[in-house]
Design a protein around this ligand. Structure first.
Ligand code: ZN
Length: 227
């Protein structure tokens, strides 16, 4: 039997003792990992983490999960290059499970992709731990949870607790979880986000243009046209 690192024991022994947890951390305190989809919310979050929260070192993590709107990854990568931020793409094929119109060519299916955020946050934790990054950020907003149960604040808090108990990260944070998309657009504009360089549509046309009809396109239009 191979002996693992006693991470779990250390955290369980010191549960509630944040100083002990902090002492245990061997990571750089000032680095953050941002999950970047290429959409308006995660792009604004990236600017927010870098410019408002003032993390000195920021990296981004992209997920190629078999989404039909893979074009979003091109937008995310282009932005990372433009900002000079290191990016890494993790491939995890959620088409193995299907059940979502984001991964299957069947628009009668729900847009909810089973366990997507549970999987993404677990993989992000593995990446963050190996990179010595303590803090993980992702960008659900107050409107997401009506469609996506894994965007609820309670879910994120529970995941943050579980992942920090079982691994060497400090936590998972979603600072926009109670913000509307309009609020996020306001924050983004104040921080100089170019929303033309973001992608929202779930069902791009064959010419790689937004369909203008899906729920993501509607929400984007509404948010951008609010003063
Ligand atoms: Zn669309």
């Amino acid at each position: 039997m191979t002996r693992g690192r006693p991470i779990k024991m250390v955290f369980v022994d010191n549960i509630g003792d944040t100083m002990a947890k902090k002492d245990f951390m061997t990571v750089k305190e000032s680095s953050a990992l941002v999950l970047l989809s290429g959409g308006m919310d995660s792009v604004t979050l990236l600017y927010y983490v870098r410019d408002v929260l003032n993390y000195s070192k920021v990296e981004v993590l992209l997920f190629d999960y078999g989404q039909r709107h893979k074009i979003e990854l091109e937008y995310a990568r282009a932005l990372a290059v433009k900002l000079g931020i290191p990016s890494r793409t993790i491939c995890v094929d959620l088409t193995q499970f299907g059940g979502s119109s984001l991964t299957e060519d069947d628009e009668s299916l729900t847009v909810v992709t089973p366990a997507r955020n549970s999987i993404f946050l677990s993989l992000a934790t593995a990446y963050a731990e190996t990179r010595g990054i303590p803090d993980i950020f992702f960008g659900p907003n107050a409107e997401d949870f009506t469609d996506f149960p894994d965007c609820r604040e309670e879910f994120i808090e529970a995941m943050s607790q579980a992942l920090s108990l079982g691994n060497n990260i400090r936590g998972v944070y979603a600072p926009f979880v109670n913000k509307s998309k309009e609020d996020i657009v306001k924050i983004g504009r104040a921080l100089g986000v170019d929303f033309g360089g973001t992608w929202s549509c779930y069902h791009p046309t064959e010419e790689s243009k937004p369909c203008g009809k899906c729920h993501a396109c509607e929400l984007r239009e509404e948010a951008l046209n609010t003063d």
